[in-house]
Design a protein around this ligand. Structure first.
Ligand code: ADP
Ligand code: MG
Length: 305
């Protein structure tokens, strides 16, 4: 099965000369729940804009369910539903019409469009808003209507750009629940966020983007484990004897007189010292090795690279 989304060497330089994407690669498998995580200005919306062809790319390729958007965008776009970061409604239109018009773009019959409009409004908990004007909706309701609109043609991939921006906690929770269920039903979900917690709560895989580059990619589990552990270096008086082991710790001898190990949250450092001392090893100093991921997050928060 082709990947739900495959991006390679994607670059974007805006008309003013600003290089927003410096060659990014992404691979999202069908059925995944994936987060593109990064601070403001990282290039998330630019990426989504290119996928939805609202922004023209400078170079690189984008494939959606195996279809290159340069070859056949109209076929590719049927596979995706996009929830943009900014509201882009006509505020005087009524809620049902927003959905029916969208369905029209995809060639759905009016009957089917009505049926799905009712179905998705119900699913998103805004069934009672079917006949009201857009402008009367709260921010959170508008966001949910955008999700309904993105799903009206039942795409295989749902892409949401900062879906919880401006959405209150209570509504956030019900949105998460909806997205989770949609994913369990088999739909691939890709969202952008600048909250690590949001990626943690929802996603299986994550890519971190900063200054138009992918900094790291992998499972959210691995990323969090790396973030929550610290690496220490122990210098010993004498050359280390072979085969020192401490249960629960992976000790690595990096030099004849230096051991490296990771300490996860909740692990007890004294265990290592006790084991070493009973093996007759004298520790002369302990250093903190800089954690690559921690450094990266500090960089991200400081907005440098
Ligand atoms: P994110 O969604 O991750 O916050 P964006 O993709 O919106 O980031 O923006 C990435 C960078 O590109 C930012 O520095 C932003 O100021 C810049 N940018 C976005 N749109 C334009 C544009 N139309 N012209 C010039 N620069 C832009
Ligand atoms: Mg954005």
């Amino acid at each position: 099965m082709p990947a739900a989304l495959e991006i390679s060497s994607l670059k974007k330089t805006y008309a003013n000369g600003f290089e927003a994407l410096k060659g990014i690669d992404l691979n999202v498998q069908e059925g995944d729940f994936y987060a593109l995580l990064g601070p403001n200005g990282a290039g998330k919306s630019t990426t989504i804009g290119i996928i939805s062809s609202l922004v023209s790319k400078s170079s690189g390729t984008v494939r959606i369910c195996g279809i290159d958007i340069d070859d056949d965008f109209s076929r590719a776009k049927k596979q995706i539903g996009i929830v943009p970061q900014e509201f882009n409604f006509n505020v005087f239109e009524n809620v049902e019409d927003v959905l029916i018009h969208q369905a029209g773009y995809y060639g759905l019959s009016i009957g089917l469009a009505r049926e799905r409009a009712v179905y998705y409004l119900e699913k998103l908990g805004i069934a009672d808003k079917q006949h009201v004007q857009m402008r009367t909706l709260s921010g959170g309701m508008k966001r949910r209507l955008m999700i309904a609109r993105a799903l009206i043609h039942e795409p295989r991939v749902l892409i949401l750009d900062e879906p919880t921006a401006g959405v209150d906690i209570e509504m956030r929770r019900s949105m998460y629940e909806f997205l989770r269920k949609t994913n369990e039903e088999g739909r691939t979900i890709i969202l952008t966020t600048h909250y690590l917690e949001e990626a943690e709560m929802l996603c299986r895989n994550v890519a971190i983007i900063n200054h138009g580059k992918i900094v790291t990619e992998g499972t959210i589990k691995d990323l969090l484990r790396d973030l929550n552990s610290e690496t220490f270096l122990l210098d010993t008086q004498d050359v280390l004897p072979p085969g020192i082991e401490v249960p629960g710790f992976a000790l690595r001898q990096v030099e004849p007189r230096c051991l490296e190990f990771d300490l996860a949250k909740g692990q007890d450092l004294t265990q290592v010292f006790t084991a070493l001392s009973s093996a007759g090893v004298t520790v002369v100093s302990m250093r903190n090795k800089e954690n690559r991921l921690e450094r990266m997050f500090v960089n991200i928060l400081e907005g440098s690279s």
